[in-house]
Design a protein around this ligand. Structure first.
Ligand SMILES: [Zn+2]
Length: 478
C-alpha cells in the first residue's frame, strides 16, 4: 500500500463529568430507569428556558488548556436545526463559529496531531431499537441535554493504528484532568471518523467517507482498516469512491453505506436567543489551569527519569491517574520503585479489573501493599505467601503484617528445619527422585512443589532448591 496515502480525521464526543445537565438541573447519572431524569427544558417543551451549566464550560476550557488550545474569551451558543426523533426541540443548542477552544494539539508517540476545535453542545435522547418492540423504537430522554464536548482533529492521522493511539492518549488526558470517565461502552466517549485514500502522486485530495457507529477502540481500528482497504481496492480497479456516510457493522465486521452526503447540510445555524453571548473572566482560565496539575505525558517522562522505570512500565503506571497516584503513595512507605511497579502490574491490576474497582477505592491501601513488598524483599515471607496475602487484603482489607504474625506465615529459611522436610519429601517421592537422577530435570520442580505444599508455601524456595539439589546429587553418588 506504499503507493497510497491515507488521511483520517476524528470527531470525538465526550460526555462531561457534571452532576446536572447542560441547560437544566436534571441529574446526569448513568443507568437509571428511562425517562426519569427529565424536565420541560431537556424535553424541549414550549416556553422552557435554558440556563447554562458553568461547570461544563469550565471542564471544556480545562480540556482546551490540556490539549494546548487557544481559549476564546468570548463565545456564543447557536441553534443547529435538524429533525430527528431523538431531538424533541428540532434543534440542538451547540456552537459554530466561536467554539470554546481552537488550534491545539496533542502528542501521540512523538507525533503532533492537531486539534481544530473543541466546542460544547447538548446530547440528544437515545433511540433504542429492541426486537421485542417489533417495528417500533423507544426513546430515552435521560441522555437528552447531557453536556457534550466535541473535539475535532485536523485531518492529520495517517493510519487506523494512529487513530487508536490518538484516542487512547486523548482519553488518558481527559480522564486525568477529571473531565470525563471516557467509557466507550457506556457512551461517554463516542467517535466518528473521516477517512480518505489517494495515490501519493495525486495532488488532489481523496474523496472523504464518514464512518459512524464506532463503539470501541477495536471497532475504530477495524472499521478504518476495512475502509482503507475498500477505498484502495476501488482506486486500484479504477472505480470511483463515493462521498458518503457508512456505518460499521460489528457483527459482520464490514462498513455499509448509510446515506450519500448532501454537499452541505443546511443546519440553519443562528445564535440561540435565550442565551447571552458568553464572556470568560481571565480569572476563571487561571483557576482552571491551576487545577490541571501534571499531565500524563509529563508524569510518564518523570517516572522514567525519577524512578528509572522502563518506558513500558511508566506508560502502564500512568495509564490512569488513580494508578499513578497509588504507585507514588506506595513509594512513600517503601521506596523501591521497580519492585512496587512489578507488584502493581502483575498482581494489583488484574484484581482491579476482575473486581471492577479502581486503585482509589480498593481495600488494599498503599501502606498495606508496601508492607507486603517489603516483607517479601526482606525474606520474611515467601513470594507465594505475599501474593496470597495481597489478594486477601485486597478482598477483605486485613493488615498483612498482622496476618503474618497471627498466623505464623514467616518464611522458613533455616537450613536445619528445611533439611528435615526435604529428606522426608525425598523418602515419600521415590519415583520422582529416580526420574530426576535419570536426567529428567523437571522432576525437581515437582519435588519443590511438594515441599512448598507441605509447608503451606512458607518454605524459602531458593534455599529448598539448593538443599534438594545437594541431597539428590549425594544420593546419586551412593
Ligand atoms: Zn431537564
Amino acid at each position: 500500500m506504499d503507493e497510497f496515502q491515507t488521511i483520517i480525521g476524528l470527531e470525538v464526543h465526550v460526555e462531561l463529568f457534571t452532576d446536572s445537565k447542560m441547560f437544566c438541573s436534571c441529574s446526569t447519572k448513568f443507568g437509571q430507569q428511562p425517562n426519569t431524569q427529565v424536565c420541560p427544558v431537556c424535553l424541549g417543551l414550549p416556553g422552557a428556558l435554558p440556563v447554562v451549566n458553568e461547570k461544563a464550560i469550565e471542564l471544556c476550557i480545562k480540556t482546551g488548556i490540556a490539549t494546548n488550545c487557544k481559549i476564546n474569551h468570548e463565545f456564543v451558543f447557536v441553534r443547529k436545526s435538524y429533525f430527528y426523533p431523538d431531538l424533541p426541540k428540532n434543534f440542538q443548542i451547540s456552537q459554530y463559529k466561536d467554539p470554546v477552544a481552537v488550534s491545539g494539539y496533542i502528542v501521540v508517540k512523538g507525533n503532533k496531531i492537531g486539534i481544530t476545535r473543541i466546542h460544547l453542545e447538548e446530547d440528544t435522547g437515545k433511540l433504542i431499537h429492541d426486537e421485542r418492540a417489533g417495528n417500533w423504537s423507544y426513546i430515552d430522554f435521560n441522555r437528552s441535554g447531557i453536556p457534550l464536548m466535541e473535539i475535532v482533529t485536523q485531518p492529520e492521522i495517517s493510519s487506523p493504528d494512529q487513530a487508536v493511539d490518538f484516542l487512547m492518549e486523548l482519553k488518558r488526558i481527559i480522564s486525568y484532568i477529571g473531565v470525563s470517565d471516557c467509557i466507550m461502552e457506556e457512551g461517554s466517549l463516542r467517535c466518528d471518523a473521516n477517512i480518505s485514500v489517494k495515490r501519493k502522486a495525486d495532488s488532489k485530495l481523496g474523496v472523504k467517507v464518514e464512518v459512524k457507529n464506532l463503539n470501541s477502540f477495536r471497532s475504530v481500528k477495524r472499521a478504518l482498516a476495512y475502509e482503507q482497504q475498500r477505498m484502495t481496492d476501488l482506486l486500484k480497479s479504477g472505480q470511483p469512491i463515493i462521498q458518503e456516510t457508512r456505518l460499521w457493522n460489528e457483527s459482520l465486521q464490514i462498513t455499509e453505506g448509510m446515506r450519500t452526503k448532501e454537499e452541505a447540510h443546511d443546519y440553519r445555524y443562528f445564535p440561540e436567543p435565550d442565551i447571552l453571548p458568553f464572556k470568560i473572566d481571565p480569572e476563571i482560565i487561571k483557576k482552571v489551569s491551576e487545577e490541571i496539575g501534571e499531565l500524563p505525558v509529563v508524569r510518564e517522562q518523570r517516572f522514567i527519569q525519577q524512578y528509572q522505570l522502563t518506558e513500558y512500565d511508566a506508560s502502564l503506571l500512568t495509564s490512569e491517574k488513580s494508578i499513578a497516584d497509588y504507585f507514588e503513595n506506595v513509594l512513600v512507605y517503601y521506596n523501591k520503585p521497580k519492585q512496587v511497579s512489578n507488584w502493581i502490574q502483575t498482581e494489583l491490576l488484574a484484581l482491579l479489573k476482575e473486581n471492577h474497582c479502581t486503585a482509589t477505592n480498593c481495600n488494599l491501601s498503599p501502606n498495606f501493599l508496601a508492607k507486603i513488598v517489603k516483607m517479601v524483599d526482606q525474606g520474611i515471607i515467601s513470594n507465594t505467601v505475599g501474593k496470597e496475602l495481597l489478594k486477601e487484603s485486597f478482598l477483605t482489607g486485613i493488615d498483612p503484617e498482622n496476618a503474618v504474625k497471627e498466623r505464623n506465615l514467616v518464611q522458613i529459611s533455616g537450613a536445619e528445619e528445611l533439611e528435615e522436610i526435604v529428606e522426608q519429601t525425598i523418602k515419600e517421592n521415590q519415583p520422582a527422585v529416580n526420574d530426576y537422577q535419570s536426567g529428567k530435570s523437571q522432576a525437581l520442580g515437582f519435588l519443590i512443589g511438594q515441599i512448598m505444599r507441605k509447608t503451606k508455601n512458607k518454605a524459602n524456595p531458593q534455599i529448598v532448591r539448593e538443599i534438594l539439589q545437594k541431597k539428590l546429587s549425594e544420593g546419586g553418588k551412593e
